[in-house]
Ligand binder design. Structure first.
Ligand code: SAH
Length: 212
């Protein structure tokens, strides 16, 4: 049990300070990352690195998923919007943190990736994530407002629809830049929005109306 590669990765991420809270750590211990990967890449599921999931896209490195979940301070029962479903792994982690009373809506621009994400989530018995196909740079107006919003691809600047669809109070996390970008946290509180940079990162581009 202790020797499972997932437990070793979680121990390393905790030691390095990426995993901080019990809720996020428990999600990492529970969600099987290998189930979100093509068969040929499953042996690398617990390496702390991004991996190719087809269509030129990648599943984020586990430490990046940990940084984003901890920075968003996600609570049980919340409604969360993810832009960029990819494999569905990051959404599955968030789904575990919010529990059955919460819901993740995730938007993916590639139909085929959206279907793969749905299959991966069904296989791992995650029932509180809804995968939508569309241009997530416009958000997902039909289910707004959201307690938390995060983008798993790099936007040229903050897409206005996302901040509009965020609750007050609420938190929004977006990598801003090109390939090399700045992970940026926006916090809405008492009708004002504050901004904080969480450091440099690398993401595939957000492609769309408010994207690249
Ligand atoms: N969260 C994913 C990582 C996805 S990589 C995971 O855990 O696997 C970023 C994803 O954003 C890609 O799948 C890409 O197709 C998608 N993407 C890029 N621009 C988008 C847009 N405008 N709307 C929705 N998805 C977009």
């Amino acid at each position: 049990m202790v020797d499972h590669p997932r437990n070793r990765l979680v121990a390393a991420l905790s030691h390095q300070g990426y995993l901080k809270t019990e809720q996020v750590t428990s999600a990492f211990l529970t969600v099987p990352r290998e189930a979100f990967l093509p068969a040929s890449l499953r042996p690398y599921a617990y390496a702390d690195t991004p991996l190719d999931i087809g269509h030129g896209q990648t599943i984020s490195a586990p430490h990046m998923v940990a940084i984003m979940c901890e920075a968003l301070d996600i609570q049980e029962g919340q409604k969360v919007l993810e832009i960029g479903a990819g494999s569905g792994y990051h959404a599955a982690i968030v789904a575990h943190i919010i529990g059955p009373s919460g819901r993740v809506h995730t938007v993916e621009r590639f139909d085929q990736l959206a279907q793969t994400a749905r299959d991966n989530l069904a296989r791992t018995k995650v029932t509180n994530v809804v995968v939508h196909v569309g241009d997530g740079s416009c958000g997902l107006p039909e289910h707004q407002p959201y307690d938390r919003i995060y983008v798993t691809c790099a936007a040229p600047s903050l897409p206005q629809p996302l901040i509009d669809q965020l609750k007050d109070p609420g938190k929004l996390l977006v990598p801003i830049g090109d390939l090399y970008c700045e992970l940026t946290l926006f916090e809405k509180k008492n009708h004002t929005t504050s901004t904080r940079s969480l450091g440099g990162c690398v993401f595939v581009p957000l492609v769309g109306k408010h994207g690249h």
